[in-house]
Ligand binder design. Structure first.
Ligand code: ADP
Length: 607
C-alpha cells in the first residue's frame, strides 16, 4: 500500500510538473504561461505535503506538514485567480489598489499559516492521518480563499458567455477541469467519508488536481502545441527515469548500485532518443499536413479557374454565334444568284472563300458550345427505348447525297432489329460524326460499311483497357485522352452484352500511333494548314462524350495510312433500361439542362 501510494503521488506530481513545464517553455515571457507554471509548481508541493499529512508515522512533523499544506493552498489560489484573470485576455480592469490589497492579504495569510499558530493551531493525529485544530484567525484564511475562489469562477463564467469560437472553447476546457476537480473532491472528502466513516480516501481529492492541470494545459496549448502523443511519451519517459534513479539509492551493495547507475544512463539515453524521434515524426506529420492543406487550396483554386474558363468559353461562344450566323446567312444569299447579283467573278470568288471560312467559324463556335455544355454536365439527354436500326437507316438516308458526292457507297446490312435505350437525336449525331468523317477522309471512290453485332461486355472492357494502357505508356501529353468529360457513374457499362456498331471505310487511314489520341480535344492528324481540311478537331471528342453518356465506348482501328479505318462504338441493349435509370438517378443534376446546338447549315450537307 505504502509504496503504491508513494508512487502514485510521485507520478501525479510529476505529471503536473511536466504540464507546467510544457506550458512555461512554450512561451516563457508570457504572463499567462508564467502564472500557470507557478500554480502548477505550488500545486505539486501541495500534493506531496497533503500526502504526507496522512502518514501517521510522521506524527512529530504533522504540525509543520499541515502548515505547509495551508501555505501552499494560499499561494495556489492566488496564482489561479491571477491566471484566470489574464487568460486568454483580461475582461475586468481591477484597480491597482485592490490588487495590492489582495496581494497583501495573500502574503499575510500565507505567512500566518506557515509561521504562526493563528491559522493552524495544532494537529491531532488520528488513525487515518492528521486532523487540524484551527487557530484564532482561521476565518481570515477562509474568507481569503473563498473570495478568490468565487472571483475565479465568476470570471470564467463571464468569459465563457462573452467570448466566441476558440477563446470560448479554451475557457470551457478550464471549466471542465474545475468541474472534475470539484466533483472528485466532494466525492472523496465528503460523500465517501460520510458513508463509510473513513477519512482515508480524502487524499484522492488532491490527486484529482491533475485533471484540472491537464485540461487547463490543453486549453492554453490547444491552438499551438498540445500534442498528446509527445506529452504521454514525455510522462512515460520521466517516470521511467525517476524510477531508475531512485532504484540506484535503494541498492543493497555497491556493485548493485553501480549496475543500476549504468542502467539508469542507458535508460536516460534511450529516453532522449525516443522523445527526439517522436518529436521529429510529429514535426514531419505537421509539415505533411500543411503541405496537404496547401495542395488542397491550390486544387480548389485550379478548379475555380477551370470553371471560370468553361463559363467564359460558353459565354464567348454564345456572343459569337449570333453575328457569325448572320454573316454566314447574308453571304449565302449574296452567293445565291437568284437573290443577288455579283458581277465581278473575282469578287464572287473572294466571297465564296469568305463564306467557307464563316461556315467553319460558325461550326467551331457551335462545337465549342456543345463541348462546354458537356463539360458542365448541362447537356440534355432524353432517353427512351428506340430502334437503333431505324436511326442508322434514317442517318444513311440523310447522308446519301453527301456520300455520293464523295463517291462513297454507304451499305448497312442488318438481319437483326437492334433496340437500345438512348436519346435518338444524340445517337444520330454520333453516327453523323463518324460516317461524316469516313466520307470526309476518303479520297478515292470506295465503300463505307456499317455493321452491327452483339458482343460480350467483357470484350468491350478488354479493348478499352488495352487502349487505356497504351495511352498510359505513351507520351505524357497523351494522358489527356484518358480524361472523360462524363461522370464515372453515367458512363459505366451496363448489362452482359453490348451492341457494337462498326463504321468501316477505305479512306486515308490513320497511323497506328495516332489511334489512342484521336479522341482528345482539338486533336487532328497530320498538317491542317491546308484549305482542304474543314474540321475543328472537336467532332470525335463530342462523339466520345455522347457515346459515354449512353454507357458506351468508342474507339478506332486502322492498319495505317492509306489502309482505311474502322470506328466502333458500343451501346447498351434496351432490356437494361431499368439499370440505366437507377444509375442515372444516383447522379444529382443541379444545373439547368440544355439541348445541344445543331451544327450550322444542314448537317448532312455540311460535314
Ligand atoms: P475534325 O473536325 O478534324 O474532323 P474529328 O474530331 O472529327 O475532327 O476528327 C479528328 C481527326 O481524326 C481528324 O482530323 C482526322 O485526322 C482523324 N479522323 C477522323 N475520322 C477519320 C477517318 N474516318 N479516317 C481517317 N482519319 C480520320
Amino acid at each position: 500500500m505504502g509504496i503504491v501510494h508513494i508512487s502514485l503521488v510521485g507520478i501525479i506530481a510529476l505529471v503536473d510538473l511536466i504540464f507546467g513545464a510544457k506550458v512555461f517553455l512554450e512561451d516563457r515571457y508570457n504572463r499567462v504561461n508564467q502564472s500557470f507554471a507557478l500554480f502548477v509548481a505550488v500545486s505539486a508541493v501541495w500534493i506531496v505535503f497533503d500526502f504526507l499529512a496522512y502518514q501517521i508515522n510522521l506524527a512529530d512533523y504533522q504540525l509543520l506538514i499541515n502548515r505547509i499544506v495551508f501555505a501552499a493552498i494560499c499561494v495556489m489560489i492566488l496564482m489561479l485567480a491571477w491566471f484566470v484573470d489574464i487568460f486568454p485576455r483580461k475582461v475586468f480592469n481591477i484597480p491597482k489598489i485592490v490588487k495590492y490589497l489582495v496581494f497583501l492579504l495573500a502574503f499575510m495569510t500565507t505567512f500566518l499559516s506557515l509561521f504562526t499558530n493563528l491559522v493552524v493551531k495544532d494537529v491531532s493525529v488520528e488513525s487515518w492521518g492528521s486532523n487540524i485544530i484551527s487557530g484564532k484567525l482561521f476565518y481570515i484564511f477562509a474568507i481569503y480563499a473563498s473570495i478568490l475562489a468565487i472571483y475565479s469562477v465568476v470570471v470564467l463564467i463571464v468569459k465563457v458567455v462573452k467570448f466566441r469560437s476558440v477563446e470560448k472553447q479554451q475557457i470551457k476546457y478550464i471549466l471542465y477541469g474545475i468541474a472534475a476537480l470539484t466533483l472528485l473532491n466532494l466525492l472523496f472528502n465528503l460523500f465517501i467519508p460520510m458513508i463509510t466513516k473513513n477519512f482515508e480516501y480524502g487524499r484522492f481529492g488532491s490527486y484529482s488536481s491533475v485533471l484540472f492541470v491537464g485540461f487547463t494545459a490543453y486549453a492554453i496549448l490547444k491552438t499551438k502545441a498540445f500534442n498528446l502523443q509527445i506529452i504521454l511519451t514525455e510522462i512515460g519517459v520521466v517516470i521511467l527515469n525517476v524510477i531508475s534513479v531512485v532504484s540506484i539509492f535503494t541498492s543493497n551493495s555497491l556493485t548493485e548500485g553501480l549496475l543500476r547507475f549504468l542502467f539508469a544512463i542507458v535508460v536516460f539515453y534511450g529516453s532522449y532518443i525516443l522523445v527526439q524521434s517522436v518529436q521529429r515524426e510529429i514535426e514531419f506529420r505537421k509539415q505533411l499536413q500543411t503541405m496537404a492543406e496547401q495542395l488542397g487550396h491550390a486544387n480548389a483554386h485550379l478548379k475555380e479557374l477551370d470553371k471560370m474558363k468553361t463559363e467564359f468559353v460558353s459565354l464567348a461562344s454564345h456572343e459569337l454565334l449570333t453575328p457569325v450566323s448572320a454573316i454566314e446567312g447574308y453571304l449565302s444569299m449574296l452567293l445565291d444568284e437568284k437573290l443577288a447579283r455579283v458581277d465581278d467573278p473575282k469578287a464572287a470568288h473572294y466571297m465564296d472563300r469568305v463564306y467557307v471560312s464563316a461556315k467553319r467559324l460558325a461550326r467551331l463556335v457551335t462545337d465549342m458550345l456543345n463541348v462546354s455544355r458537356i463539360e458542365e454536365g448541362r447537356l440534355l439527354v432524353e432517353k427512351k427505348e428506340v430502334s437503333l436500326t431505324g436511326i442508322i437507316e434514317q442517318t444513311i438516308d440523310e447522308l446519301k447525297f453527301k456520300s455520293e458526292e464523295g463517291k462513297q457507297k454507304l451499305t448497312f446490312v442488318d438481319a437483326n432489329h437492334w433496340e437500345t435505350f438512348g436519346d435518338p437525336d444524340k445517337i444520330k449525331q454520333i453516327l453523323i460524326n463518324l460516317i461524316g468523317n469516313s466520307i470526309k477522309y476518303s479520297r478515292n471512290p470506295g465503300e463505307i460499311q456499317i455493321i452491327a453485332e452483339i458482343a460480350p461486355t467483357a470484350k468491350v472492357q478488354e479493348i478499352w483497357g488495352k487502349i487505356e494502357n497504351q495511352i498510359k505508356n505513351g507520351p505524357l501529353d497523351d494522358q489527356e485522352a484518358i480524361k472523360s468529360a462524363v461522370d464515372e457513374k453515367l458512363k459505366r457499362l451496363v448489362g452482359e452484352s453490348q451492341i457494337l456498331i462498326h463504321i468501316k471505310d477505305q479512306g486515308i487511314g490513320i497511323p497506328k500511333e495516332e489511334l489512342p489520341r484521336l479522341f482528345k480535344k482539338f486533336h487532328r492528324v497530320g498538317d491542317f494548314s491546308t484549305a482542304e481540311s474543314q474540321g475543328t478537331g472537336l467532332g470525335l471528342y463530342i462523339t466520345r462524350a455522347l457515346v459515354e453518356l449512353h454507357h458506351g465506348r468508342v474507339w478506332a482501328d486502322s492498319e495505317g495510312s492509306g489502309k482505311g479505318s474502322t470506328f466502333t462504338f458500343s451501346l447498351p441493349e434496351a432490356k437494361v433500361q431499368k439499370e440505366i435509370q437507377d444509375l442515372e438517378a444516383q447522379v444529382p443534376q443541379t444545373k439547368e439542362q440544355l439541348k445541344p446546338l445543331a451544327r450550322p447549315a444542314k448537317e448532312a450537307e455540311d460535314l
